[in-house]
Design a protein around this ligand. Structure first.
Ligand SMILES: C[S@@+](CC[C@H](N)C(=O)[O-])C[C@H]1O[C@@H](n2cnc3c(N)ncnc32)[C@H](O)[C@@H]1O
Length: 207
């Protein structure tokens, strides 16, 4: 927590993170946490649901500031979004444009597809060896369990886990909460807390 407060006083960093927050559906404190985890985590980063890149940029900045080589894999099918503060006609095009603007396009391996597509699963499993992921960000649909079942063997013991919509006004909230609570009950996830507007943060435990 001390570190997170310190980031606020690093003017340039704080400014860049708040610019990422302008592109994000996540709360700004969650983006600061993503930045921090990407910086301190041992291992690579897997993100599911990048949208136009707010969380991807926060992760990319953290990985860059870690001074270590980290793979960042981010999965986004694209499409359009209407009637929203962040409305866009082409999510994937804007994602690439936003990453490019902050010099992170080359640092992120973007997969243009759904997390459950066979081609996505093959690509992720080729890029990330078992236990290689140190930060897992899920901000997609209401089925985090599906993706944990699919990619869980790629997560390291103690991998930082960020799952949005644990508490939500949308219909993602109920299933997400039930799935996360079940994984906590089974001892696979260890909670740290809730941040922003209902984002669950914790760690992956290999029993
Ligand atoms: C709430 S937005 C993500 C917001 C983003 N993390 C941010 O910082 O603003 C959810 C995104 O997940 C994508 N999505 C939905 N289901 C998905 C899946 N199964 N695999 C990958 N992305 C998915 C949607 O296209 C959408 O862009």
């Amino acid at each position: 927590m001390q570190k997170l407060i310190e980031y606020r006083y690093q003017k340039a960093l704080h400014h860049q993170l708040m610019k990422a927050a302008d592109l994000s559906m996540l709360g700004s404190d969650v983006l600061v946490l993503i930045y921090h985890f990407a910086k301190v985590a041992e291992g690579d980063i897997l993100e599911i649901g990048s949208f136009v890149g707010g969380s991807t940029i926060a992760a990319g900045m953290g990985a860059r500031d870690s001074g270590r080589q980290k793979k960042i894999i981010s999965i986004e099918p694209g499409g359009r979004l209407k009637d929203h503060r962040l409305a866009t006609r082409d999510i994937f095009k804007d994602l690439k444009k936003n990453l490019s603007r902050v010099g992170l396009l080359e640092a992120v391996t973007l997969i243009n597809g759904f997390s459950f597509d066979d081609s996505t699963i093959t690509a992720v499993r080729e890029m990330a060896r078992p236990g290689a992921i140190g930060l897992f960000i899920f901000d997609a649909d209401a089925n985090v369990r599906r993706d944990i079942d699919c990619y869980g063997d790629r997560l390291a013991h103690g991998c930082w886990v960020v799952i949005d919509d644990y508490i939500s006004a949308t219909d993602k909230g109920g299933p997400t909460r039930a799935q996360v609570d079940e994984l906590v009950g089974a001892g696979r996830l260890q909670p740290l807390g809730f941040y922003g507007w209902g984002t669950w943060i914790g760690r992956w435990i290999i029993g």
